[in-house]
Design a protein around this ligand. Structure first.
Ligand code: ATP
Length: 296
């Protein structure tokens, strides 16, 4: 585990703490002793290969999947000792790939983020708050539209607004920008970063785009084969070797003027072409050296 994270977390009682977490689904072991701390006011991004257990980790923290062993706690309160519905009140959680197939308007779906506080009479201030949230992410014009009629990216933004409405202590987003264009990726991630810092949220999200992760993460958790194989600030841990070890991909990493790493992968077709070229050079050399004309 990265020393900076563990040292900072030692004195921080208000963190989301995970110790020696083991998770198994059927015969598949998806966490083999994970330990980390996520602190208020910081955005942590989980990266790692497909099928490696990133979503499972989020579901376990939310209490959707039972851990086999280990301890999950927030502000010193243990998940194991808390009634699940109460535990979940800490969270705003946006799972991966939710399809909104309900006869509700956009405004109603955003208001559902406040389900715990809703009563039969709708509080005017809540409506104003929901409309403000939509305005801040540039989607106020959709407020009265049926969610059934939204595009995939619009749905993703609306569910993000819903998670915000919960005013969570812990915000968990599973691939929140997978359906978003460049503009809305920036809107969502800028908003998330700002609100995390303003409100002292513990924010945790899964991203596949390493450059977005490098730009927006205060800390990265790199997950592979059920283990946190690396963690820390992007500039400290995002190296060509890490990209190769985790994804099996050759990449160049440069750092911009603000210290943000930029990852550029090499096209595998280029790599293959180079390999073929090198092999041809070797063959030609062998032919020349041996005088054999049919060496392949
Ligand atoms: N309910 C389940 N029953 C059986 N296997 C499951 C279940 N949930 C997840 N898995 C398996 O656990 C593994 C990890 O899944 P998970 O969705 O956590 O991976 P991930 O890292 O989030 O993947 P991706 O990046 O592709 O979204 C996968 O092999 C998946 O098939």
């Amino acid at each position: 585990m990265n020393r900076k994270i563990s040292e900072r977390a030692l004195g921080a009682k208000n963190c989301l703490s995970v110790r020696d977490l083991h998770v198994k689904i059927d015969q598949l072991t998806l966490a083999k002793g994970m330990s980390f701390d996520l602190c208020p006011g910081e955005v942590t991004v989980i990266i790692g290969p497909n099928g490696t257990g990133k979503s499972t980790l989020l579901k376990t923290l939310f209490g959707d999947i039972n851990k086999q062993q280990g301890e999950v706690s927030f502000q010193g309160i243990s998940l194991s000792k808390k009634v699940l519905s109460k535990w979940r009140q800490f969270f705003g959680y946006m799972p991966q790939d939710i399809h909104l197939d309900v006869e509700l308007s956009v405004l109603e779906v955003v208001l559902l983020g406040q389900l715990d506080a809703l009563s039969l009479r709708l509080d005017e201030s809540m409506v104003t708050e929901a409309l403000n949230a939509l305005e801040q992410i540039g989607l106020l014009h959709l407020a009265n539209r049926s969610v059934n009629a939204l595009s995939g990216g619009q749905c993703q933004m609306i569910l993000f607004a819903q998670a915000m409405m919960r005013k969570p202590s812990i915000l968990m987003l599973d691939e929140p920008v997978s359906a978003l264009d460049l503009h809305f990726q920036q809107v969502l991630l800028d908003y998330l970063d700002r609100k995390t810092k303003e409100n002292g949220w513990v924010s945790l999200m899964v991203l596949h785009d390493l450059n977005l992760a490098a730009q927006y993460a205060d800390n990265l958790l790199v997950v592979k084969d059920g283990l946190i194989v690396s963690s820390g600030a992007p500039k400290d841990i995002l190296t060509p070797q890490l990209v190769k070890d985790v994804y099996g991909v050759e990449a160049e990493v440069t750092v911009d003027g603000q210290g943000v790493p930029f990852i550029r992968t090499r096209r595998s077709s280029h790599k293959k072409a180079t390999e073929i070229e090198n092999r041809n050079v070797e063959k030609t050399t062998t032919i020349k050296e041996t005088g054999v004309s049919n060496v392949y």
